[in-house]
Design a protein around this ligand. Sequence first.
Ligand code: NDP
Length: 253
Amino acid sequence: MTAATADDVGPDRARVVLVTGGSRGIGLACARWFLDRGDRVAVTSRSGTVDEDLDVPADRLLSLPCDVTVAADVERAFSTVEEAWGPVEVLVANAGITRDTLILRMGEDAWSDVIDADLTGVFRVTKRAVSKMLRLHRGRIIMMSSVGAFLGSPGQANYAAAKAGLVGMARSVAREVASRSITVNVVAPGLVSTDMLAALGDERIGAMAAQVPLGRVATPEDVAAAVGFLASPEAGYVTGVVLPVDGGLAMGL
Ligand code: NDP
């Protein structure tokens, strides 16, 4: 029997994909991207539900409750997917929250809640995914950062720190697992039309959107397409990169 290679991650084969924070917004668009290409997709979130009817056979979609801040939840979700379909081959570590406030008003809770969900949560799911990918000799990990990691944003010291931390984490893990044909990359969206952005209010969104060279906010599908590329066979030689999907907002940084 020939050993599995990275080429097995291809359009001819249904892959096992896990998207954290897949119940809505960017994560849901990523789930749809993989489902449209025939993959089997597990979406996780604290609610464990998906906001829309995805209209796919039940054997290709799992919707699981999993709070990425709770290690036991992460273990249970991965075990459930493995029992149903086998090891996760593509991980989209997308779940994230904001708790914006200026530094002088930022309490320990607002700091640590965001670090726990947006940075340590990605560590938890990445570690769990890597444990099986190493044996498979293939795998794709995509971490969802933000333009805020590079530009900074008033009121987002916690969020920007977490999202910048993902870059160092991704590059370290990328070096650890490269010899097994596993790639680890980061996507850094700018302004994306989701519930998270809407929370900023129309006035602030309008002011920020005016700074975007391409002159519009992104759709969740714009981000999903970049994630899909990094998970594709064509991206097999791409690892440790940060791919901005920001309409040019942070170009050159
Ligand atoms: P949404 O708020 O629309 O969706 C967030 C998703 O994450 C939901 O599915 C939510 O489900 C889930 N989630 C939140 N906390 C947890 C948790 N502790 N454990 C598991 N799941 C959780 O956000 P977006 O789609 O806009 O954002 C997705 C990612 O993209 C985030 O990491 C965000 O930081 C990043 N991003 C977003 C940008 C934007 O402009 N929208 C810009 C740059 C980056 P539930 O509440 O049920 O848990």
